[in-house]
Design a protein around this ligand. Structure first.
Ligand code: AMP
Ligand code: ZN
Length: 477
């Protein structure tokens, strides 16, 4: 298996994956803040993380992934307050809808799904340790991390602390800070807000410390990969490093991997522009989840994904090409010697696909390898080279790639190309092939009127013809 290389935001270069335990990769992925339904931008990041875990498994690693749910922070508290609900009642439907989206998009569930509200003791313990080690201080019932105590601060994002003047005061809710650059680990309760008891009085955790506490609880003080969208690099991940390394004295994470944002029609997604789509919006317009999955996988995770409906159409079209090949193969004549060219093509698919994923998760190149293979199979079908067992060999090669892609299983998808009834499908194919042959015979006789009539008849049945040097190909529109 090729050695995987991934871009490390820490150091800003491609670096070989170097897990603490050679065959096990421990991954922390910052999950959604559950104050509304996730949008397709969030889903792009979560799909990148699904690609990451599946690719690592494909490359022979075991994976333990944690994805937290941020179910207490400013936004969830404000939302619950406005809705007149408890925090738990307010966030639960958004958690459920996130899980539904995950299932719809065939994202594998992480091994652990911790909620911040269920880890308050661990969070308090971490904060207490930071106070004990003099990296944090209490002020009016809140606790702040003291950035001046951390000489490494800024190493992930390149953030220049000197740019922000020390001691500058800001009129916000964190008035008790010694230094404006400090950030809250614990926020003293305000009227009407949910609160938990702590050694510093009632309050709630800051967002950053939630992730440090939950990641180290499930993955240990030093783990392999930590991921999120690029907006999390600063301050969230910078702060996570500061808290975790100050508390343990150990390196926190070996490899930081961040995915670029999704934009819509070249613009940032925002409520005011009305371009903030959810998965449901796309499905309601008749697009399939697997087209969404395919589209998101087809753009490298370190490139901005410019979402347009045309690109989604393009993804659906690409999938139809694979479906058609599978449909034709299922109904092709099989017999005689296994085809050597087909075996070679399957071997090349496996090698190129795996190498592409190992190369900084280049799923676009992996998909290109898949389409080279699809073309080879189509040619083999046309040249009637499908030998005994070839059908199964092609299916196995596709299934292997689909362990990572998960876009091909027709049974699981509403727009499956293959008709439900196999006999009917075979009869339909036989009839189409008979007509295609009849048209060719007519053209040989130079009876072009008859040839065109048959072409129109096929078109009426949704079959389009393409004349190639190897003969006439047909496909479903
Ligand atoms: P949040 O719920 O805001 O904490 O975000 C959840 C995940 O979605 C984080 O990893 C963010 O970095 C990511 N994210 C937010 N907006 C976008 C976007 N437009 N494109 C891609 N990822 C995003
Ligand atoms: Zn986080």
């Amino acid at each position: 298996m090729p050695e995987p290389v991934l871009f490390n935001t820490l150091g800003r270069q491609l670096a070989p994956l170097d897990p603490v335990e050679p065959d096990l990769v421990r991954i922390y992925t910052c999950g959604p803040t559950v104050y509304n339904e996730v949008h397709i931008g969030n889903l792009r990041t979560f799909l990148f993380e699904d690609l990451l875990r599946r690719s690592l498994r494909h490359l022979g690693y075991r994976v333990v992934q944690v994805m937290n749910l941020t179910d207490v922070d400013d936004k969830t508290i404000q939302g619950a307050h406005r809705a007149g609900l408890s925090l738990a009642d307010y966030t639960e439907p958004f958690i459920q809808s996130f899980w539904r989206d995950q299932d719809t998009l065939h994202m594998e569930r992480p091994e652990h799904f911790p909620r911040a509200t269920e880890h308050i003791p661990e969070i308090i313990e971490l904060i207490a340790r930071l106070i004990e080690r003099e990296f944090a201080y209490e002020s009016d019932g809140s606790v702040f991390f003291s950035i001046a105590r951390d000489p490494d601060y800024g190493k992930l994002s390149g953030f220049d602390l000197a740019q922000v003047r020390r001691g500058e005061r800001v009129a916000n809710d964190e008035y008790g800070k010694d230094d404006v650059r400090d950030f809250a680990l614990w926020k003293a309760v305000k009227p009407g807000e949910p609160a938990w008891d702590s050694p510093w009085g009632p309050g709630r955790p800051g967002w950053h410390v939630e992730c440090s506490a939950m990641s180290m609880k499930y993955l240990g003080p030093t783990f392999d990969l930590h991921c999120g969208g690029v907006d999390l690099i600063f301050p969230h991940h910078e702060n996570e490093i500061a808290q975790s390394e100050s508390a343990t004295g150990l390196p926190f994470v070996r490899h930081w991997v961040h995915s670029e944002h999704l934009i819509v029609d070249g613009q940032k997604m925002s409520k005011s522009l009305g371009n903030q789509h959810t998965l449901k919006d796309l499905l309601d317009r008749g697009y399939t989840a697997r087209a969404v999955r395919y589209l998101f996988l087809s753009v490298h995770y370190r490139q901005k994904l410019n979402f347009t409906f045309e690109s989604l159409e393009g993804a659906a079209g690409a999938l139809r090409r694979v479906d058609e090949m599978r449909f034709r193969l299922a109904h092709a004549q099989e017999g005689g010697e296994p085809d050597a060219r087909l075996a070679e093509a399957a071997g090349r698919l496996k090698a190129d696909f795996t190498a592409a994923l190992a190369d900084d998760l280049n799923a676009a190149a992996a998909l290109a390898a898949l389409f080279v293979f699809v073309k080879e199979v189509n040619v083999a079908i046309e040249e009637r080279r499908i030998g005994t067992g070839d059908r199964d060999r092609v299916a196995a090669a596709l299934a292997d790639a689909d362990q990572v892609l998960d876009v091909l299983d027709p049974a699981a998808w509403p727009d499956a190309a293959a008709p439900a009834d196999d006999d009917a499908a075979e009869d339909a194919v036989a009839e189409i092939e008979r007509l295609v042959q009849a048209r060719q015979d007519a053209r040989k006789r130079r009876d072009f009127a008859e040839g065109d009539r048959i072409r129109d008849e096929l078109a009426a049945r949704g079959i389009v013809l393409e004349d190639t040097p190897q003969g006439t190909r047909w496909k479903r529109r």
